[in-house]
Structures are given as structure tokens and as C-alpha cells.
Design a protein around this ligand. Structure first.
Ligand code: B1M
Length: 211
């Protein structure tokens, strides 16, 4: 698919205008939103991440590419039907952990949870542990989900587990963890109730946690 390759190139070049245009074009062609994200745009930002990690590209370029990725995913996320929260699937509080500003993936997870009938409170990024718990309490959440993209911020997911235990709230909320460096093994190690590799899996796991 030529559109997929063009989208990868647009993200790698950090061309937000082109990325937006291709996102709109893909949707107009009837490509499923999640297919479009996963096949046209994720490979581009992954390539950028690898190049950045290898020192072949620098922070200003990473930022440009992130903006292009964000522009495309904003358009595609908006095209994912809202779903019906009245279905009563459950209430989900989500945030990127403290010290971490990566939120492109989390926002996709939010769009898909909503599309599947979950009521979602998105606290955004760089969210302190205390705030996650306070908001989950007010929202009367069933699940608290956290996203971490940095190996240095993953420990905040463990901190949440410890804080919930300490407050005697571990039984009240289920927890789910995700983000590129997060694994099933990490989830087990810290005592999180669920782990999901991507947005599609997040919906499946959330349903399982509430079954
Ligand atoms: Co950053 N960054 N970054 N970055 N960045 C990584 C994570 C890195 C791996 C790149 C690299 O070096 N190869 C590296 C981390 C290395 C490490 O941890 N050891 C890194 C670094 C070092 C940094 C900075 C420190 C760079 C610097 O300043 N020197 C800095 C940190 C800032 C901070 O947070 N304090 C930084 C900044 C940024 C930008 C701001 C420029 C930008 C983010 C913009 C934004 O999000 N608004 C950015 C980006 C774009 C990346 C990469 C290239 C791409 C991330 C992304 O959006 N992926 C990333 C490389 C990589 O991950 N391969 C990288 C696409 C997205 C769809 O996937 O987020 O994995 P992902 O989400 C998936 C799944 O993980 C899952 O579902 C999503 C959809 O399928 N999922 C969940 C996510 N959350 C979930 C929650 C769930 C369930 C599933 O349940 C609750």
C-alpha cells in the first residue's frame, strides 16, 4: 500500500502537514482507523525511535516526528466512533505516569476503550500517583491504567501498586499497565492485575478484568 509507505516517510521526515493529509486520505479510502494507525504511522515513529536511540537523529527531529505522529493520530482517533458508555462496560481512569510525557499511545488506548463502551477519565501525562488514586476514588473507577514509556518511569507503576496496598484500596480498583518497555513479566512482578501490549489488547484485558 503506497499510502502506508508515504505515511511512514512523512513521520520520519517530521512533516505534520503531509501526515495529516495522509491520515485524512486513508480514512476517506475506508481504511479502518486502527489498521491505519498500526500500519501507516506506528512503523514510522518506531523507525524514528530506533534512529534516535542509535544517535542517527537528534531531539529536534524526534520532536518534529512526534508532532507529525500526533497530528495523524489525533485525526484518526477522532474517527473512532465514541461507543456507548451507557453499555456500562465500566469506568477506567488512565494516565501516563509521573515524570513521563509520552502520550500518543495512551491516547489511542483511550479512543479504543471509549469505542468499546468504557467510560474513560483521561488524566493526561506526567500524573502523580496520589492524583491517580484521588481521581479514581472520585470517579468510582473499576480500573486504574497507567502508561510508561521510559525505563526510568516504569517504577512509578510499582509505586502505584504499593500506594494502593498501603491505603487498603488494592481490592477496590483493578490495575492495568502498558507502554513500550512494559511487559507481562513486569506486570506480574509488581502485582498489577493486567498488562496489554497494544490498544486492541487493552480492551480485551479490560473486559476480562471486569468479567
Ligand atoms: Co521519547 N523516548 N523521549 N519522546 N520516544 C522513547 C520512549 C525511547 C525508547 C526512544 C529511544 O531512545 N529509542 C527513549 C526511552 C529510552 C529508555 O527508556 N531507556 C526515549 C527518550 C530517551 C526520551 C527523552 C528522555 C529524550 C530526551 O529528552 N533526551 C524524552 C523524555 C521526556 C519525558 O517523558 N520526561 C523523550 C521525549 C519524547 C517526545 C516528547 C519528543 C515524544 C513524545 C511525544 C508524545 O507522546 N506526546 C517522544 C517519542 C515520540 C518517542 C518514541 C520515538 C515513540 C513513542 C510513541 O509514541 N510510540 C519512543 C520510541 C519507541 O517507543 N519505540 C521514544 C507510538 C505509540 C503508538 O506506541 O506509546 O508504545 P506506544 O503505545 C502503544 C502500546 O505501548 C500500548 O498501546 C499503545 C497503542 O498500541 N500502551 C498501552 C501504551 N500505554 C498503554 C496503557 C495500557 C495498555 C496499553 O493500559 C493502561
Amino acid at each position: 500500500e503506497a499510502l502506508f509507505q508515504a505515511s511512514v516517510d512523512a513521520v520520519v521526515r517530521g512533516d505534520a502537514k503531509k501526515a495529516e493529509e495522509l491520515a485524512r486520505q486513508g480514512l476517506a479510502e475506508g481504511i479502518e482507523p486502527l489498521v491505519l494507525i498500526n500500519q501507516a504511522f506506528v512503523p514510522g515513529i518506531n523507525q524514528v525511535g530506533e534512529m534516535f536511540g542509535a544517535g542517527k537523529l537528534f531531539l529536534p527531529e524526534l520532536i518534529m516526528s512526534a508532532k507529525a505522529m500526533q497530528a495523524a493520530t489525533d485525526i484518526i482517533n477522532a474517527a473512532i466512533p465514541e461507543g456507548n458508555a451507557q453499555e456500562g462496560r465500566g469506568r477506567f481512569v488512565i494516565g501516563t505516569v509521573e515524570g513521563d510525557v509520552h502520550d500518543i499511545g495512551k491516547t489511542i488506548v483511550v479512543a479504543l476503550l471509549k469505542a468499546n463502551g468504557f467510560e474513560v477519565l483521561d488524566l493526561g501525562r506526567d500524573v502523580p500517583t496520589d492524583r491517580l488514586i484521588e481521581e479514581a476514588d472520585k470517579f468510582n473507577a473499576h480500573i486504574i491504567g497507567t502508561s510508561a514509556l521510559l525505563t526510568t518511569t516504569m517504577p512509578a507503576q510499582q509505586k502505584l501498586e504499593e500506594a494502593l496496598k498501603k491505603a487498603g484500596l488494592k481490592g477496590r480498583f483493578k490495575t492495568m499497565v502498558g507502554g513500550a518497555p512494559v511487559t507481562e513479566r513486569w506486570a506480574k512482578k509488581i502485582g498489577a492485575d493486567g498488562f496489554a501490549e497494544d490498544a486492541g489488547a487493552a480492551v480485551v484485558v479490560a473486559k476480562q478484568l471486569l468479567a
